[in-house]
Write a protein that binds this ligand. Sequence first.
Ligand code: 5GP
Length: 183
Amino acid sequence: MLSARTAQEKININIKKVLVSEEQIRARVKELGEQISRDYANKNPVLIGILKGSVFFLSDLMRALSIDCCIDFMSLASYSGEKSNGIVRLLLDLRETIEGRDVIIVEDIVDTGLTLSYLENILKTRNPRSLEICSLLDKPECRKISVKAKYVGFTIPNEFVVGYGLDLNEKYRNLPYIGVLKK
Ligand code: 5GP
């Protein structure tokens, strides 16, 4: 049986370069946590994690907040392998109502913007008091529809990335950094 360390090294063989290191992620998540804590003082925001890619970002971000907050989840699909098929589907909806609440969508990456635009439209009809987006990564070069994330961890070039929750066919989510795969 492979030890955990050997298993991690085996995954690393497929990585061409590290785009955002574990240390950079940690530092930026702390900054975002401080900023959101200031902006949402006494508001008890609902953080909506978009499954599955945002799981590590959401759990680290939530622990970086010094204010009361709630958590809920949604799941959407538009990707198969490295390509978006452009058609967004809702796979899992919220458990709780967001009417009158301050809502922050927590996403792994904004690429074409189609997923978040679809999501924003759904959530706006539910009358939240406010609705903002916090995305770990932003690839502005790929935008097909305008989406404005108030909080962004890192702006990155147009490359397919994996790690820290982001996958390729369910692999590589457990890498502690954001990396680019070898071809
Ligand atoms: P959009 O709808 O903005 O094109 O894409 C949003 C979703 O596509 C993300 O939540 C993510 O699941 C997936 N995605 C977009 N770009 C990448 C990427 O570079 N790597 C990975 N692993 N997923 C991506």
